[in-house]
Design a protein around this ligand. Structure first.
Ligand SMILES: Cc1cc2nc3c(=O)[nH]c(=O)nc-3n(C[C@H](O)[C@H](O)[C@H](O)COP(=O)(O)OP(=O)(O)OC[C@H]3O[C@@H](n4cnc5c(N)ncnc54)[C@H](O)[C@@H]3O)c2cc1C
Length: 202
């Protein structure tokens, strides 16, 4: 689906075909296809790293990958939040701006709070990782927290935008669709919890 971390297999290599393009809910800018391997032989000169060492190569990259995803989810949440503030100030209903309703301001306050919490956690875990600490469980915690927050923030953003938030032309509609992936991609929410459990010893 993403870039191979292990072998360079070029299109046209015997036994390798890109079989089916997949249509996704979101993330349309990223091509996703089924890759079909049938007795595929990879030329020795195309081998990256040690033979049969692919799994270890991928696993060793997981912590960094989960941390940058957490940071990405914080940034996407921030965009949904900013779009919501802008719209809440601009859109008028029942004689005042949406921001004039306490219920809207509280939604925005909750969005800001969740984003701040995720930014703090992700930043702290990233700093510890840069200092050389083992942060396998903490990276999983940061990824899960930021993924859940991003889904929630994007959902609230659509709600604040009302019918316009359901339109393809609004930014938050796209953020909302894209966000559904975050509790799945790069290890599901449930697998992150399994990792946390194992590392914490339960
Ligand atoms: C758009 C997109 C892009 C992707 N990009 C990449 C990529 O670039 N690189 C890459 O390697 N992968 C990529 N993936 C794959 C992604 O990491 C997997 O879809 C994800 O890890 C879940 O695996 P699965 O789809 O096989 O689900 P399954 O493993 O079938 O899981 C289905 C459900 O069962 C739950 N489940 C499974 N096992 C357990 C368990 N032991 N305990 C508790 N619950 C469990 C899961 O949490 C999930 O809710 C991508 C997926 C998508 C949709």
């Amino acid at each position: 689906m993403g870039a191979s971390h292990y072998m360079v297999i070029e299109k046209g290599t015997l036994g390798f075909t890109v079989s089916r393009k997949l249509k996704k809910t979101g993330w349309w800018a990223s091509d996703t296809t089924e890759l079909h391997f049938d007795a595929c032989r990879v030329p020795v000169e195309n081998l990256i790293g040690r033979e049969n060492g692919g799994f270890l190569a991928i696993v060793s990259n997981f912590v960094n990958e989960r941390l940058y995803l957490a940071a990405q989810y914080v940034a996407i949440s921030q965009l949904a939040y900013q779009q919501s503030i802008q719209y809440a100030k601009y859109r008028r209903a029942f004689g005042k701006s949406l921001a004039g309703f306490q219920v809207t301001r509280h939604k925005l306050a909750d969005m800001a709070t969740k984003i701040a919490a995720c930014r703090a956690l992700t930043g702290e875990v990233a700093s510890r990782s840069l200092r050389g600490e083992m942060v396998i469980a903490q990276a999983a915690m940061a990824k899960n927290t930021a993924a859940d927050a991003c889904s929630w923030v994007a959902d609230q953003a659509v709600q604040i935008h009302g019918g316009y938030g359901y339109m393809r032309e609004s930014i938050v509609e796209r953020l909302y669709r894209d966000a559904r992936l975050y509790a799945m991609g790069d290890g599901t929410r449930e697998i992150m919890k399994e990792i946390i459990g194992k590392t914490e010893g339960f």
